[in-house]
Design a protein around this ligand. Structure first.
Ligand code: 76R
Length: 284
């Protein structure tokens, strides 16, 4: 890690790390820029402030197991947003405070934020289920056959990689970013949490089949926020075409899980930009 200010260094050393049992912390941070305050700063102070934020971003990006994306938000819901992934809650907290202060007092005003954790999801097919239902059931293979063993090994490797990629994702550099929170209804009639696991798993498989039609067009990251923030999941979508965002969210509205159980927070659309362009875009 790059040298830090003495104060931050001291804090870093004096607390045990708060890494989750699995996965990484994810922070979505949205800010308004106070252009009134900014215009009162002289050229040199403005330049220093921008250098400060650039250095901080470099420092965050060079932290092990840590990713930081920067966005210009389309519409005045926010001006600038950051998406931070990092294991240790202390690190997430420290960087979040440093980002807020980075351009000077009262320049970045937080207007929305979301805390969640990466997760595998609870409806993955286990190797045992695959062996029973697919290999024995559908393909009529026998346990002990060479073909059975190979197919099961191949599946196990694939599912382990899938789970690993969900917990420790590599975020894409795709330009269009969409974020919203989502929950599942707990109404008297339609209550997701009153369904059996088997029923939920079937519904999620149908959801997955719809989602996979966007393979290569949408990259999605579903992060869990029960007990951490307002709603139950954070939905982050990346695309190269805003049409695909609108299309997938529209199609999902007809998917049974969403029809009966979906509840949504506000939608934020951003454009992933390198910092120099971001500064120009924001008029800084
Ligand atoms: O078989 C599978 O791989 C299914 C994997 C899968 C799960 C478990 C999956 C696939 N999703 C899962 C879970 Mn999803 N997803 C959303 C939204 O706008 C809306 O109506 C919903 C917002 C989108 C757009 C989307 C896209 N998904 C979840 C969960 C957790 C539910 C739980 O645990 O109860 C939520 C909240 C959620 C919401 N999903 C996919 C997609 C896409 C594009 C895929 C396919 C991914 C791929 O194969 O590349």
């Amino acid at each position: 890690m790059n040298p830090q200010e003495p104060q931050d260094q001291a804090q870093e050393n004096s607390y045990d790390c708060l890494e989750p049992k699995e996965g990484w912390h994810v922070l979505h941070l949205f800010y308004q820029i106070d252009h009134g305050q900014w215009s009162m700063m002289d050229d040199e102070s403005q330049l220093n402030a921008k250098t400060e934020l650039s250095k901080l971003i470099q420092q965050i990006r060079s932290t092990p197991k840590t990713q930081l994306l920067t966005f210009s938000i389309v519409t005045p819901k926010a001006d600038i947003a950051f998406m931070l992934l990092t294991p240790d809650l202390h690190t997430a907290n420290r960087f979040e405070k440093m980002i807020t202060r980075s351009l000077g007092p009262d320049i970045l005003t937080p207007c929305y934020s979301y805390l969640s954790l990466t997760e595998t999801g609870e409806y993955m097919t286990s190797p045992e289920e695959y062996a029973e239902n697919t290999l024995k059931g559908e393909q009529g293979l026998q346990e002990g056959d060479e073909e059975f063993k190979n197919a099961l090994d191949e599946f196990t490797v694939r599912i382990e990689k899938y789970a690993h990629d969900k917990l420790y994702p590599n975020l894409p550099d795709w330009p269009i970013f969409c974020f919203y929170s989502m929950g599942k209804r707990r109404g008297e009639v339609n209550n997701w949490y009153a369904l059996d696991h088997e029923d939920r798993k079937k519904l999620m498989a149908a959801h997955g089949r719809v989602g996979r039609q966007w393979h290569g067009k949408i990259r999605q990251l579903i992060t869990g926020s029960v007990g951490l923030d307002e709603s139950e999941w954070g939905v982050t979508l990346f695309s190269k075409d805003s049409y695909e965002i609108k299309e997938i969210v529209y199609r999902m509205r007809f998917d049974e899980v969403t029809v009966k159980y979906g509840e949504f927070g506000d939608f934020y659309i951003g454009i992933q930009l390198p910092l120099d362009e971001l500064f120009r875009r924001l008029g800084l």
